[in-house]
Design a protein around this ligand. Sequence first.
Ligand SMILES: [Zn+2]
Length: 122
Amino acid sequence: MSGRPETAALEPCPFCGAPLTIRAGVNAYGRCDTEGCWVASRAIIVPFDDPKQVVAWNTRAPTDLERELADHIAEQITHVEQRIRDGREMGASIWRIALEDVARENRALLAKVRARDGGANG
Ligand SMILES: [Zn+2]
């Protein structure tokens, strides 16, 4: 028996995005070693021999911002697909208008995200 843990089984740290450091051997576990990371500062570990903890680590809930961004991306895809259909009927000038719309909507969202990022944490 190798005892080598399946390192690919753990997602990166949800707080800092870094891949986990793996301690192999008996009672193998993954942990975040990023200086200043909330997870690392609390010495949280994810034991490989506890499937519940591995699943919990890998299925953390998305943040409100991640949900909002995903909704926005889905809207943009629908919007662009509709404009592509419209463009086939209406001619080439529709493409410029469509791209200007997409850029404007994304600038608005980016401003919102940046305002939140620079504002008070809630
Ligand atoms: Zn981390």
